[in-house]
Structure formats: structure tokens, C-alpha cells
Design a protein. Sequence first.
Length: 311
Amino acid sequence: MPQFIPINAGMAPDEAIALAIKQCRSLWLSYPDRPGEELAQLRQLLSDPITEHQASLLTNIAFSITSIQTVIRSLQPPHLNAIHIPPISGHPTQGYWLDFDNPGPFPNHFAGICPIPADPCINRDKPLLHLLSLDTYDSRLELAGAPHRYLPLLFCWTCEPAAPFLYRITPSRVILLDAPLGARTDDFPWNGYPESFPGRAVGLTPVPPDYQELIRQVVHADVILPREQEHVRDAKHQIGGDAFLWQPIDDTLRCPSCAGDMPFLATICDNSAGPGTTGDYTQPFCGNLGVQIVFQFCRACWIVAAYQICD
Ligand SMILES: [Zn+2]
Ligand SMILES: [Zn+2]
């Protein structure tokens, strides 16, 4: 097999494209007419000389890892990509990350015990796992008229985690409406799984507009990020906006009470102890970084749907 000739930053664009094409094994090259048009588009988007990011994208074409259409989309200015991108899915539309250092005037309860009595898991007489309770007094969350001051985000790994379960917030308690029947295991996610994780007060910090735009490009336009921005693809806790999710949200979900939409409310990732402790990761919620819990919410009925997605 001939040796691969590397495509490097600093090459002239024509030389780099020629190397990518010469070494490309994709069937795309055999489509009549298409290569010429797409190559011309690609040529226009490359700088002279090419950058490191462009070199890595061309290398991906050569190895047939990435299609030329995807590379063209990645190189186009964001406003050209924007036509493929739907409106922000979350309510509120502004996204927020959790601030573990500054709880602020409206602290939310992260982990710990649910601040409102809640039905136990239907499969075992144990509490649902409390991930976060949002303080509805914080007007940024647009939760005015809440039946209770706190809106809890609950999940249960003892139940079959692939199916959504639904609960309603009332003035006095959380009522489980529908939950998948699951196996009554004692050792999932692991033996001696706690009923709760150490609680703390957390604030909200707005997702910066340019970061939100990057998330949207990644999620909706399949844009390939340069290495220094790859952290956008890390799952984070997020309320509202458009979050980085391993799978699209379930936009077919309808409220079981009013049949209305259930927009994205929040996602909680596997980190139970805040961003400062990601290094040792002694306390994951479930022990798998590729797992996220998604919460969709009907504001008219105060009904939450919670389900798990995986990478
Ligand atoms: Zn359960
Ligand atoms: Zn509803």
C-alpha cells in the first residue's frame, strides 16, 4: 500500500486539495459532475496557505472519515450555516450553566434531598434520585405561577432508563404519573447505590451567545470544530437554550394532560460534584460520561418528562 503523504498547515490550497483527492478512497469521486462543483466550492473556502484546522479537515476527506459536503459546511461562515438551524428549542431561550461557586440570590438545590415531598420510585420503595431543584423565584427561568417554589428534576436508574417517565408538580408534592416498570435490581448503577448525593446550592450563569452559537452549529449543522473548541462537545449541566446533547431531544413528546408541546427545560450530565472536580470524578451520578438526562416540561400543567440519552 502506498504511504500516506501528510496534508499540512502552510500548504498551498491547490496542492492540499490535490493530495486529499489523490489519496481519497471515497466513492464520491466517481459521481459524475459532483466533484468539480464541490471542489470549486471547497477551494474558495480555503485560506492561502491553509491553516492547521483546514489541513486536518482535508486529511479527514482523504481518509473518507468526513464527506466533502460536511467539510464545506464547516468552513462556511456561520450565517450561511444558519439557514439549516431551527429556532432554539429550550424554554427559557437563554441557556444557563450551573455556577457551583456563586449560588447568587436565588440558589437552586443541586443533588441532596428533594425540597418537596415526592412519590417514591414505583419499582422499589425508595426515593427518586434528586438531581436539581430550580428556584422558580428566579425570573430568568420564566417559571412565574409555579405551584411550588421549587421545580425538582428527578430521575431513577432502577427503572428501565430508556423510557421517559412523567411527573406533575403540585403545591404539596410531586406526583408520579407514569413510570416505566423496571427490574428491581439492587446493584444498578452499582452495588450500594446511594439514595442521594451530597447537596449544594448553585447559581445560574448565562451561556455566552458565541458559545451558544457553537453548540447550535455542532448539534444542528454537524460542524466539525477545531481542536481548541472540541470542549463544546462535552456534556454539561444546562438549563434552557440549546444544549449539547448526544442525541436530539424528543420533539414528538406531548404533555399527557393537555397534549401540548413539552419544550426542552434542562439536561443533567454525569457530574455530581461540579466542574472543579471533573478530574478525579469520584462521584458520578451513574458512572458513564456518555449518559445525559433530558427534561422536557409543560408549563401549562407543570408536568415534567425525564429520560436518558447516551452517546
Ligand atoms: Zn425507579
Ligand atoms: Zn400540559
